[in-house]
Design a protein around this ligand. Structure first.
Ligand code: NAD
Ligand code: TYD
Length: 341
């Protein structure tokens, strides 16, 4: 089988490329990625050595380039990870989020219709459901929870999801969607909470915690997410949405303190900064459907996954230090400069 993986130079897409090459060595993987600030070819260095892997630099919203690739490659499956993915950036500049996340999805699905595929899989997020209150631990997001978004990022992902379901109903395009909770693991760009805290704690720099650090996220080790996507795109029912999560809720403060303990760094590094506007309080996934239908269960406990992740950042300093020394520094100064003074 030939699989186009868009956004494969990013965090989850990169991990997915390695998951596929390892678990389905018979399949060919073509990574389509624009290499935005979040895309990193160093992540794919080992994959490039595999004859079953190919990299193509292109924008998913560039119709001509996407059609040309489909015409040449005739893929069986398309799995779309490509997206602008950072909530804080979407608050600063929503436009590129609509362009890539919605228009890009449309172009990919048009190419799927034109050239024919067996499955188009959309990688979505639990953020499309909005948030849950902290005082109702009995509530979880199910696939029936209404879409109710908070940020330009989550709105763009929700817009894309609706379009994917419309292409199923209107054109019978064989689609599926997964909505996953927060991921962590290797190759995570250091603007996101966990790698940001690890890299800054190692440098004994102040650790920005938004508001009171009470917000809760449902953390899933990235390889468990990859396994779930692999199952859904090959065996999941067409036209269906599957939630992915491992019942692993932690407040941001708990996460930060766990990392500090592991690194033997003092909690005095924690610095409370102005909250994110519209900051979602709690995300929590009910993964019953994917478990009952496809037998998926997460394999990595948070205690083990966070240790593995910290070890990876300790043994791959060059990967993230190259990012920190580049353009990203300008972003950090702009977003956090005054808040950390
Ligand atoms: P990321 O920001 O690390 O990577 C995104 C990748 O997409 C980068 O390689 C980038 O170059 C590429 N890209 C961006 N715009 C593009 C375009 N127009 N054309 C082609 N490539 C483009 O993101 P991530 O954290 O790996 O997230 C991947 C997907 O998973 C996203 O769709 C995101 O919404 C979803 N998701 C992420 C999480 C999470 O915790 N990170 C959780 C649930 C769902
Ligand atoms: P993030 O990794 O941006 O993921 P998301 O907003 O998509 O869940 O943030 C995770 C949580 O950590 C979120 O509640 C915001 C918070 N956060 C901080 O407290 N400080 C930071 O510097 C960042 C980037 C995030």
């Amino acid at each position: 089988m030939k699989i186009i993986v868009t956004g494969g130079a990013g965090f989850i897409g990169g991990n997915f490329v390695y998951y596929e090459l390892k678990n389905h060595p018979e399949d060919e993987i073509i990574c389509l990625d624009k290499l935005t600030y979040a895309g990193n070819l160093e992540t794919l260095e080992d994959a490039m050595k595999n004859p079953k892997f190919k990299f193509v630099k292109a924008d998913i919203a560039d119709r001509e380039a996407v059609y040309k690739l489909f015409e040449e490659e005739k893929p069986d499956i398309v799995v779309n990870f490509a997206a602008e993915s950072h909530v804080d950036r979407s608050i600063e500049n929503p436009e590129i989020f609509l362009q890539t996340n919605i228009m890009g999805t449309q172009v990919l699905m048009d190419a799927c219709r034109k050239y024919g595929i067996t499955r188009y899989h959309q990688v979505s997020t639990d953020e499309v459901y909005g948030d849950l209150p902290l005082d109702r631990p009995d509530l979880f997001f199910t696939e029936e929870t209404p879409i109710h978004t908070s940020s330009p990022y989550s709105s763009s992902k929700a817009g894309a999801d609706l379009l994917v379901l419309a292409y199923y109903r209107t054109y019978k395009l064989p689609v599926s969607i997964t909505r996953c909770s927060n991921n962590y693991g290797p190759y995570h760009f250091p603007e996101k909470l966990i790698p940001l805290i690890i890299s800054r704690a190692l440098a004994d720099e102040p650790l920005p915690v938004y508001g009171k650090g009470e917000n809760v996220r449902d953390w899933l080790y990235v390889e468990d997410h990859c396994a779930a996507i692999d199952l859904v795109m090959r065996k999941g029912r067409v036209g269906e949405v599957y939630n992915i999560g491992g019942h692993n809720e932690k407040s941001n403060l708990e996460v930060v303190k766990t990392i500090l303990k592991q690194l033997q760094k003092p909690e005095s590094l924690i610095t409370y900064v102005t909250d994110r506007p519209g900051h979602d309080m709690r995300y929590a996934i009910d993964p019953t459907k994917i478990h009952n239908e496809l037998g998926w269960l997460p394999q990595t406990k948070f205690e083990d996954g966070i240790k593995q992740t910290i070890d990876w950042y300790l043994t791959h300093k060059e990967w993230w230090q190259n990012i920190l020394s580049g353009d990203y520094q300008n972003y950090f100064d702009k977003m956090y400069g005054e808040r950390l003074d």
